[in-house]
Ligand binder design. Structure first.
Ligand SMILES: *Cc1c(COP(=O)(O)O)cnc(C)c1O
Length: 382
């Protein structure tokens, strides 16, 4: 097996225990043994969502979870306000259109977070808006949006606030009930530190009123049917036994450690990355950087596509590049998943070495010492 380091914002590196659990012999999903695992997962997921509402574990990638939030609440010709600040915002807007929504696009420059006052005035002028869509963290630009402030504004209107928190939920605090979020989705291969293949969703009481009246066509993601199945201790269709067993471990592990501590660890990786990158002349792309993923601007003399390729082929360090007009200009480093600090350190040395091969002249020993100091300061300060 390779010794490569995977620092992408999904998929993420797995906890060694999760790797073992994924290889366990199969059990049937209609067994008391599995019922216990499903119940435990659904109960513990509520703690991550910070909600008393039921949380659902769907066998689909994150995009399926986004679709589930939409099709259970959106009716054809409903007005939808989509906050778009990157690739994933664009995806949700397009999805809402494909299900018959009349989508009003609020474009935010890439790398910036939305101004809640703008949303307030749009909602005041357009009282017929039924649904507002936003990413908690727009992964394509590593930017976090002010979800709490937005929730406060939207919850005063009749509109539902649906939040794609696929690179936020489980990585930093998202308080569904307290902030009054109406629909929330997380993804398995991001902050939940699992393989790709599951998404987790929940709806507020305000959303459930709309769900019961919803006329949109749906089958696989019919959440009322899923709820009925969950009440019987089952999932609507065959359960994803493999990932749910691993999820049960991950949730128990995080909750045992404490959510605050878990969030702090992820934040520490972001802080470390920000500090050491600045020593390497790499500046932050986002004006509102997320703690779950960091986007770094590459010097203009560097061809970012080639650079990322070299990092992967020569140094076995896998990070993401930019998409669309950011192609070749940024590197995106994920902070979710299982990342021991020695791997952070090694990644820095790899980055520095490759920068030097591309015409820079960093003192590698000095960088190595700084990196060690930062890790000591940042990871032992609480
Ligand atoms: C990864 C991601 C998605 C899509 O998830 P898939 O699992 O690839 O379907 C959606 N939104 C955000 C913010 C993401 O980071």
């Amino acid at each position: 097996m390779s010794n490569s380091i995977l620092l992408t914002p999904g998929p993420v590196q797995l906890h060694p225990e999760v790797e073992k659990i994924l290889g366990l012999p199969m059990i049937h999903h209609r067994t008391p043994q599995f019922d216990e695992i499903l119940n435990s997962c659904l109960k513990n997921l509520k703690k991550i969502f910070c909600t008393t509402q039921p949380v659902f574990a769907l066998t689909s990638t994150g995009t399926g979870g986004m679709e589930c939030l939409l099709i259970n609440t959106l009716n054809k010709d409903d007005q939808v306000l989509a906050i778009i600040s990157g690739k994933f915002g664009e995806r949700w807007a397009t999805m809402a259109e494909s299900f018959g929504g009349q989508v009003l696009r609020h474009n935010v420059p890439w790398g910036e977070s939305v101004n809640p006052k703008d949303i307030e005035s749009i909602l005041n002028k357009n009282p017929e808006i039924k649904i507002v869509l936003c990413q908690a963290c727009e992964t394509s630009t590593a930017t976090s949006h002010p979800i709490e402030e937005l929730s406060k504004i939207i919850s005063k209107t009749s509109a539902l606030f649906l939040v794609d928190a696929i690179t936020a939920l489980g990585a930093y605090p998202i308080m569904m009930d307290e902030w009054k979020i109406d629909g929330l989705v997380g993804g398995s291969q991001k902050a939940f530190m699992l393989p790709t293949g599951m998404s987790f969703v929940s709806f507020s009481e305000k959303a459930w009123v709309q769900i019961k009246k919803n006329k949109n066509t749906k089958f696989y993601f019919n959440i009322e049917n899923e709820y009925a199945a969950n009440k019987k201790g089952e999932t609507l269709f065959s359960s994803n036994v493999t990932i749910l067993r691993a999820l049960d471990f991950v949730l128990k592990d995080i909750l045992k450690k404490g959510l605050d501590k878990h969030f702090q660890e992820i934040k520490n990786r972001a802080l470390y990355t920000q500090r050491i990158s600045s020593d390497l002349g790499l500046t932050l792309y986002s004006k509102s950087p997320s703690t779950s993923v960091t986007a770094l601007k590459l010097p203009t003399t560097i061809d970012g596509v080639k650079f990322r390729d070299q990092l992967e082929k020569k140094y076995s360090l896998i990070v993401m590049g930019g998409q669309d007009h950011l192609k070749g200009q940024i590197l995106r480093l994920g902070h979710m998943g299982y990342i021991p600090t020695n791997q952070l350190h090694e990644s820095t040395l790899k980055l520095a070495a490759l920068l030097n091969e591309n015409g820079f002249n960093f003192n590698l020993e000095a960088i190595e010492n700084k990196s060690k100091d930062y890790i000591k300061e940042i990871f032992t300060c609480q």
